[in-house]
Design a protein around this ligand. Sequence first.
Ligand code: XIL
Length: 515
Amino acid sequence: MRKLTAAVLALVILMGGIAAMGEGNVTVYNSKFAESLDGWYARGSGSVSLAAPNNLHMAGRQSDWNSPGRDFAMVPGVTYGISAQVRQQQADSAHFMISVAHAANGAETYENLASGDAARDKWITLQCEYTAGQYDRFVLYAETTGATNIEFDIRNFRVTAPEGTPSMATPTAMEILEAGEMPSLKEIYADRFDFGTCVPRGQAMDGVAMAFNRRQFSILTPENELKPDAVLDVTKSRKLAAEDESAAAVRFEAAKPLLDYAKKNGLKVHGHVLVWHSQTPEAFFHEGYDSARPLVTREVMLGRLENYIRGVMEYMAANYPGGIVSWDVVNEAIDDGSGWLRNSNWMKTVGEDFVARAFELARKYAPEGTLLFYNDYNTAMTGKQNGIVRLLKSLIPEGNIDGYGFQMHHSVDFPSIGDIDRSVRRIAALGLKLRVSELDIGVPDNGEASFMKQAKMYAQIMKILDKHSDQFIAVQVWGVCDNQSWRSSSYPLLFDAKRNPKPAFWAVAQPDMFK
Ligand code: XIL
């Protein structure tokens, strides 16, 4: 009997030992520090940032407790295993601790859970167990004592707990999408046309944002990074011009993050834009690439245009073969008031046929199969529309234009759905391929009533496009989240600042639900 008790006791002790080592436990949190800060923040002074590979860097500390910390939804009574690696590169040695700040009814108290000394440049592992007390908030953090101001890194912050304990990981946007209720617009429209968006450079480097974009969109456009002011290398062109006035040097650093992402993830890219009066360096049009000197002759400008387009197409073919499926060759050539060609630097140097020449050169150098578009706004307004139709009709016989892009920067009360419908029908009748290149619909405020009106207009537009889905090859919104829109004060897009779908998103996903 006594023997049995001893055996049971031994087993209990053994099991206790196993539990203490964390065996049979599952990981309920594991820091990645790859795509986002994942809820980690600087406690008190200082700041946290991601540092490659997979470290979180803490800088700007003023006190011992200024530290990288994160809220953990721990369950009172559960015993957690906690481990993390820390490193510092500023002192001969520093004393590190993992601590918990816990609060009950707003009153915060602290416990130091693990500690260790780290010599300069050496990663050390801190490890401990912690049974969560009766608190309603838990913040785990890594701090140093003594060496107050040093910066340091943490990585592999891992928490384990008995099976069945809720995970404390923050789901990525992708995980939310995959597990959740949010449909994918590119999937909904896959059998009709590509659904896409523009992406600014900063977003193209944000892994979480791009994971979200990859799920929603099948085609992307760099918002500003393929415009002439990003692509034309004026300094280099000026040097080349000393020998050859018609030279044009190009560069692609700005567009690279998006082009690389699209290539890696099998997404299409629509290029915007080769020829435009706006966002184009003034020097492009002047002798010696010097804005103080006179405009160049038609012959020189046509030479520059050819070298520019050739440079763009050659670079893309060499680095992103098949990546850019279509281009806006010319943007916004028609004047709003007169409906005739705008009196731009292109008109002043090349003259009226600059649009036709641009298409001819784009056709000459673009890889076979690349679709070439003329892109413009206010297509629903009669005067402008007449000008656009006149221009398209003059281009079609030469065979170098494939389609028309409707920008569609609208507002809830302008233009009318009837006018939009008529403009789409009129342009479609020309037989071209069509795109919506820059859809957004502004509202006066971010109240529910405005968002419902906005949703209705999105739905009505999608229904119009649907009727011509044999001609539309792509529909692109001009941005993802309202706060990042070029018209952010009019909340014109499908998602709010946190990427939550707005009524407008559901309207695009299910237009028939919005009468
Ligand atoms: C806008 C961008 O969204 C802004 O970031 C930039 O500051 C200005 O240009 N028509 C076009 C787009 O063809 O290139 C414009 O994009 C919006 C209007």
